[in-house]
Design a protein around this ligand. Structure first.
Ligand code: KG4
Ligand code: ZN
Length: 373
């Protein structure tokens, strides 16, 4: 089956062709047009601008996906489009485009859940690679490499504990199998990515926050600070599985203001900014890792799966992997190209949910707050 994925839930216009045959998954093309530069000057995504860009970009992005995937539009068997959660204006553009295609080509169409897409990104190999519904896991503890099959009946992987961390979401989801989800924890205020974005803004580092904070933290590594910056790890010891990041953002704001006053400066020196960024990154990662492990233990998870834009964070990737492996829990994370929004993950999530023989275009309804069923 050849699936065309279309993703426009936020500020990335994406189209991808994914082929699934005999339990083998192959990404034929994965095209993403990012609007990051456009929104950077506003310090965040402007919904009306994002929608206009999607209108402009969808056709060239689709054409490039077809060209690089060496496919004709007529050969597609299924269209999968993000129906939510996301920005309503962005979702409406993508779904209207996809529905029109489905109607014109007389092909089935299915609305995919963006969060489920992020989880599915763990199953994807780089363009041209084949996943075979399997993961190769290097098991450092046993000193060997094991192959685990990923399918709905796989008793060795499920229940899996999924940490989905993006600009809009910080969720701990217990996955019992494909389509079987239970949200067991989430943020009470800001999402982890949002915390990175807001802290970067306070520190004058730019947008999006995650990559610029990581880069600043790398610079801090090379320094040998005399005074250690210390920031709180909100709710790290709370009994529940929820998160709160707005207090951390406020702590950075007060620290920044206090240091500026103490040094009688309007702008902090670069080395100090890097140290604050490094500590903020450590604080966010510490909380995410601690709560994920707690949830995995509570629900007896056999594996931990990371996903969402923040899963690009190198410190989070290495710390969660190390901690999971120390506890002998299998660990998965998406390849870097599938960490941020893309349409390959949507194509695959759509495929997993495509059970009926025909996806009706009239049934695809957008929902900005769509949860996991
Ligand atoms: O999943 P995504 O592309 O879009 C949403 O669905 O929100 O995630 C975007 C978020 C942004 O908040 C961005 O700052 C964060 O992912 N992000 C990172 C990194 N790269 C992107 N956060 C931490 N470290 C990174 N390297
Ligand atoms: Zn996302």
């Amino acid at each position: 089956m050849l699936i065309l994925g279309i993703e426009t839930s936020c500020d990335e216009t994406a189209a991808s062709l994914v082929e699934v045959r005999d339990k083998k998954i192959k990404v034929l093309s994965n095209v993403v047009s990012s609007q990051v530069k456009l929104h950077a000057k506003y310090g965040g995504v402007v919904p009306s601008l994002a929608a206009r860009e999607h209108v402009k970009n969808l056709r060239p992005v689709l054409e490039l996906a077809l060209k690089t995937g060496n496919c004709k539009l007529e050969t597609i068997d299924l269209i999968a489009v993000t129906a939510g959660p996301g920005l309503i204006s962005s979702l409406l553009v993508g779904t209207a485009f996809a529905k029109t295609l489905a109607w014109k080509l007389n092909k089935p169409i299915i609305g995919a859940n963006h969060t489920e897409g992020h989880i599915a990104s763990n199953w994807l190999k780089s363009v041209g690679g084949i996943s075979n519904f399997q993961f190769l896991i290097s098991n450092k503890i046993l000193g060997s490499t094991k192959r685990y099959t990923l399918n709905a009946k796989c008793s060795r992987l499920f229940p899996a504990l999924c940490l989905v961390v993006s600009g809009g979401h910080t969720q701990l989801i217990l996955m019992k199998g494909f389509g079987k989800y239970k949200t067991v924890g989430g943020t009470l205020d800001d999402a982890a990515g949002e915390a990175f974005d807001k802290i970067a803004r306070i520190l004058g580092l730019g947008y999006p926050g995650g990559p610029v904070i990581s880069a600043a933290a790398e610079k801090a590594k090379a320094q040998n600070p005399k005074t250690k910056i210390k920031l709180p790890r909100p709710m790290i010891n709370s009994k529940n599985l929820d998160f709160s990041f707005s207090g951390l953002k406020t702590a950075v704001l007060y620290l920044d203001m206090g240091l500026k006053k103490k040094l009688s400066k309007n702008k902090l020196p670069k080395n100090l900014i890097s140290q604050i960024a490094a500590e903020a990154q450590r604080a966010i990662v510490d909380v995410l890792v601690s709560k994920t492990i707690k949830a995995a233990r509570k629900y007896g998870a056999k594996s931990i799966m990371l996903s969402g834009g923040v899963s690009a964070n190198k410190l989070l990737r290495s710390k969660l992997q190390k901690t999971a492996e120390q506890r002998e829990v299998k660990y998965f994370q998406p390849s870097p190209e599938y960490t941020t929004d893309n349409a390959a993950m949507i194509a695959l999530a759509g495929y997993f949910n495509y059970k009926s023989g025909h996806g009706d275009w009239e049934k695809v309804q957008v929902n900005a707050n769509q949860g996991l069923y």
